[in-house]
Design a protein around this ligand. Structure first.
Ligand code: HEC
Ligand code: HEC
Ligand code: HEC
Ligand code: HEC
Ligand code: HEC
Ligand code: HEC
Ligand code: HEC
Ligand code: HEC
Length: 496
């Protein structure tokens, strides 16, 4: 009975869609979602039409979503749980479809009420909520939208399952800058700023026009604006990239790399001129790829220096190698394993006695963990990695301080002082270029993102102001490259 009702209504709404010139085959009505009528307690969750072949009732019409989702780990959550040999009842709500992960009003829904195979795995309704009403009457006005938000407390999206001691993804993300990208931008109403500083803006800019709960919550000054949430970086329905990422992390391109799509606003002096500001804004992508900075006349773009850190054949996961590194620590009291998921996005975190990142990240370099440098197989020990960090930082900082001294000397030459003040309408010069390069250097992490480029940018711009303004470089400053790649790490760019 139910089946024929679905049939006729679905055909009706499909016909009205076709009438509005929809040629997409993303939603195809297929005859036969012969689902069992949910029990009353299951709170209208429909689940699988056939568990063995992973056919969800939703997927019988939403064929494109079904095909993608079936390839994700969500679709094998029950198999992995039950074959782990350690399954207990309390494990199940996160490995099945029911009250977890959606705003279901019931304390127990789906599997939580009726422990049937129909509700195995993390299915569509885990995120979208109960679907019986929509399935019985699919229309453009009656459908269960999912949320792209994430929190530990609120009953929404990923948080209810991806949190807690063993999987503290949301717990870590919540205190990271990515949860807070909207406030960082000083709540800018400019859609351009929002394209990197809000989840909604990023999805729209990336052409993900999908519908979700918060899609139209884009008004300023409200609590509606979301940061870079889980569903900003991860495609909830699956993707060709590892870990369901929306874009790859292993491409050396600011156009295609997930992280670099945002971390690249103003990295070159051409960007600075175009945007009317002589300093960087999120230059991490261009710095890593050897493109950031002002290249003085003697240093052409062809000389761009890419360190091992930015070389995709030596460091395939690029940004994520250092910034999304998961590991286990040990609770000093219970000796139990505790996990860091890497979703604080810290490359060299300050850690507590368990080895987990501390809330405040203000420790000395000696107390920072350099674990990601070793786990990646790039550096032999944490001590060696820390030493390399210190050496590069000391050298580039010395050059930067010299740069500041030289800029002040130029400013003291009455006829030249004005050169050092930026205006987009006057010709660019080496005093401005030196200052731009200093902003690349002083951006947190810049030195590690590309020590060899930054040393060379400073050396070349110091050499250029010396030539242009006759200022004298301090005797203790060597203008020869001092930073040497460790012999075990092969050369990967053009070393000067
Ligand atoms: C019998 C076919 C059918 C089934 C089964 C079905 N849907 Fe739909 N769904 C539709 C149609 C038709 C629309 C409206 C047209 C469209 O969005 O292209 C729709 C719309 C939606 C939308 C809104 C899409 C948008 O563009 O805003 C969501 C979300 C959705 N369905 C989720 C689900 C979920 C979750 C299930 C399973 C509980 C499900 N659907 C089951 C046919 C179906
Ligand atoms: C709070 C929700 C939650 C509970 C409770 C839970 N899990 Fe999970 N489980 C997850 C999440 C989220 C992942 C995915 C983590 C990841 O990809 O790193 C996962 C992954 C797994 C995996 C796959 C691991 C792998 O390496 O692929 C197994 C097996 C597993 N859980 C078993 C269990 C067992 C056994 C229990 C109970 C003792 C349990 N889970 C309880 C949420 C949960
Ligand atoms: C892990 C959570 C999750 C799961 C599982 C999931 N969805 Fe979604 N779904 C979302 C989110 C979040 C969005 C909005 C963002 C997006 O589409 O990337 C969405 C959007 C949609 C839309 C709107 C698409 C549009 O074009 O406007 C449809 C339809 C949909 N999902 C159907 C499904 C179906 C069918 C399944 C199961 C085969 C499913 N979803 C599984 C979270 C999920
Ligand atoms: C009902 C609980 C639940 C919800 C809700 C949920 N997940 Fe999961 N997720 C899991 C479990 C369990 C696994 C591990 C399955 C396994 O490995 O067997 C998992 C695995 C994953 C993985 C690992 C994929 C891989 O290839 O390693 C990603 C990424 C992920 N989930 C993202 C999300 C995102 C993003 C959302 C929200 C839009 C979400 N999940 C919502 C339970 C959930
Ligand atoms: C800024 C982008 C970004 C955001 C935001 C983000 N992730 Fe991830 N996530 C990643 C990257 C990158 C990886 C893959 C790291 C690797 O395997 O090298 C990953 C991996 C994962 C995995 C697989 C871990 C494993 O065991 O292999 C899960 C599960 C996951 N993320 C869940 C989440 C959840 C839940 C949220 C929201 C709290 C979230 N992510 C937010 C970028 C992000
Ligand atoms: C949607 C745009 C977007 C994407 C994609 C993105 N980021 Fe970010 N990221 C931001 C913004 C905006 C901030 C500034 C947040 C702040 O300072 O509060 C930020 C901050 C950071 C921080 C500083 C974290 C902190 O707690 O202060 C790191 C590190 C970082 N991102 C690394 C990454 C990596 C690695 C990736 C890829 C896996 C990535 N980001 C992807 C927009 C993005
Ligand atoms: C192309 C992406 C992108 C755009 C567009 C963008 N930002 Fe950002 N912004 C970022 C990222 C990524 C970060 C964090 C990394 C960093 O600070 O280097 C950031 C950091 C910031 C910060 C913190 C800077 C600091 O040094 O602490 C502020 C403030 C900010 N943005 C404001 C804005 C405003 C206002 C706009 C619009 C005029 C804007 N952003 C446009 C990507 C972007
Ligand atoms: C070789 C390891 C490595 C790689 C690769 C790497 N980073 Fe970093 N990053 C670091 C280190 C180390 C710091 C400095 C941390 C500190 O001093 O607190 C840092 C700092 C940062 C910061 C500033 C964090 C803050 O606290 O303000 C951002 C943002 C950032 N990186 C983003 C990125 C992005 C985006 C990429 C890829 C384009 C990337 N990083 C590639 C190691 C790396």
């Amino acid at each position: 009975m139910m089946r024929s009702r679905v049939n006729s209504l679905a055909l009706l709404s499909l016909a009205s869609l076709l009438a509005t010139a929809c040629t997409s085959e993303k939603v195809v009505y297929r005859d036969g979602p012969n689902y069992a009528q949910p029990t009353t307690g299951a709170a209208s969750f429909v689940g699988y039409s056939d568990e063995a072949s992973k056919k969800t009732v939703c997927g019988s019409c939403h064929v494109e979503k079904q095909a993608k989702w079936a390839t994700t780990k969500h679709a094998s959550a029950w198999k992995d749980l039950s074959s782990s040999g350690t399954m207990q009842t309390y494990c199940q709500p996160c490995h099945t479809v029911g009250q977890n992960g959606n705003p279901s009003a019931d304390a127990k829904a789906g599997f939580g009420d009726a422990a049937a195979a129909q509700y195995h795995d993390v299915q569509c309704e885990s995120c979208h909520g109960a679907g019986l009403s929509h399935v019985s009457n699919p229309s453009l006005t009656n459908y269960p939208l999912a949320s792209i938000a994430a929190d530990t407390a609120a009953k929404n999206g990923c948080g209810e399952c991806h949190s807690g001691t063993h999987n503290p993804f949301v717990n870590e993300w919540r205190v990271s800058g990515h949860a807070d990208t909207w406030t960082t931008s000083h709540n800018s109403t400019d859609p351009y700023c929002q394209s990197c500083h809000t989840g909604q803006g990023a999805l729209a800019t990336w052409g993900i026009t999908s519908n979700y709960v918060e899609k139209n919550n884009t008004s300023n000054g409200t609590a509606n604006m979301l940061g870079a949430t889980c569903a900003t970086c991860h495609d909830p329905h699956g993707s060709a990239n590892k870990a369901q990422l929306r874009f790859p992390i292993n491409t050396a391109s600011t156009e295609t790399n997930l992280c670099m799509k945002c971390h690249q606003r103003r990295g070159t002096f051409q960007d600075a001129i175009a945007q009317g500001r002589n300093s960087v804004h999120s230059p991490e992508g261009p710095t890593l790829l050897g493109q950031a900075g002002w290249f003085p006349p003697g240093m052409s773009v062809a000389d761009s220096i890419i360190s091992t850190h930015g070389n995709v054949s030596k460091n395939p996961n690029l940004c994520a190698t250092c910034h999304v590194a998961k590991y286990a620590g040990t609770d000093p009291l219970t000796k139990a394993a505790v996990n860091s998921t890497g979703h604080r996005f810290l490359a060299t975190p300050c850690v507590d006695a368990s080895g987990l990142p501390t809330l405040t990240q203000t420790c000395a370099v000696t107390a920072m963990s350099f674990r990601s440098c070793v786990a990646s197989g790039c550096h032999g020990t944490e001590t060696l990695a820390r030493a390399a960090f210190n050496t590069a930082t000391a050298r580039v900082t010395l050059l930067n301080n010299e740069g500041t001294r030289l800029v002040n000397l130029i400013k003291a030459i009455p006829a030249k002082a004005a050169d050092c003040t930026f205006s987009a309408t006057k010709p660019y010069n080496s005093c401005l270029g030196l200052q731009f390069n200093q902003s690349v250097v002083t951006k947190v992490g810049g030195i590690i993102h590309n020590p060899f480029l930054l040393e060379q940018l400073m050396v070349a711009s110091i050499t250029q102001v010396k030539k242009d303004y006759g200022v004298t470089v301090s005797a203790n400053i060597s203008l020869e490259p001092q930073l040497k790649r460790p012999p075990t790490v092969p050369l990967s760019g053009t070393q000067h």
